[in-house]
Design a protein around this ligand. Sequence first.
Ligand SMILES: [Zn+2]
Length: 342
Amino acid sequence: MNDDNDPNNFNPRDNYESTKQAVGYISRKKATQADYDRVGFKSGLEVHQQLKTKKKLFCNCPAGLYNPKDEYDAEVIRHMRPTLSELGEYDGTALMEFKTRKQIIYRLKNETACTYDIDDTPPFPLNREALDIALEISLLCKLNVVGEVHIIRKQYLDGSIPTGFQRTAILGIEGEIQLKNKKVRLIQLSIEEDSCREISDIGHVRIYQTDRLGIPLIETVTYPDFSSPDEVREGAEYIRFLNRSTGRVNVGIGSGREDVNVSCRGGSRVEIKGVSHNKWIPELTHNEVFRQWALLKICALLEKKVKNKSTWKIQSPLICLGWISPGLRYKRQKIKNSNLLL
Ligand SMILES: [Zn+2]
């Protein structure tokens, strides 16, 4: 850390390098298992996989048929607004989404969407073909299949599902997969409907295509048993190939997506969502675990520096980029007796 409090002497590059050294950062190429043990690397996976079925999960629209984004028969405009829950409270995320004042537009093509897809008809019975594939994969993962399937609603507030929730059901619990050096435990496998494809998100308007909406998906959730970035990737590859071994799942871009949860010792679980390539997992998890590790070190440093937290005032200079040259270099100078940098 740069202890020099004069903002004119602050060199971000030097500060970055010295902070990396101070927190014990090590590049991914040089990192060994001992480094990951030192920071307490911990990670778990949620693997989503589209199933290859003729129809969608809760209606009779075809699954896996995609329309070009400018080809549609109708548009539905939707405004999301928060309502009171049964407990008499507003959901924080719902309020936050409401404040963005987004206008959501759904593009519909007759052949790939019906009134169920836009929340105008109750669901049809669960697709048995999808259930059969999901149960086959559950058994391959040594999961205990549930005695009764209960379909529940999971809140989805970004607008990517017109109803505002995703219908999902847990099919199996407590399984395991065998990796090269260890067994990784599985929490559960559930079946759920895919969300809309986002076409654009500009200003206050977000546009979705409804062709992907409702395609059956399975979600395989592991315990946080992975202890290095390469191990997370190995687990993701294993689950991907296990799903594909049935020959009954979709392949290609967007048919399999992962959410990767990562934390370090003393850190908090951070979810990296929608990772569409397994090869990205090691770099992403490595960077995230060291980012958290660095934050903890900075936190400790502040704890030492700031004796009385209640009276602590953050001092920050306002930087005005008065003039930016074509080469993005800017002149700055400090006004006498002021924190304002020009
Ligand atoms: Zn439909």
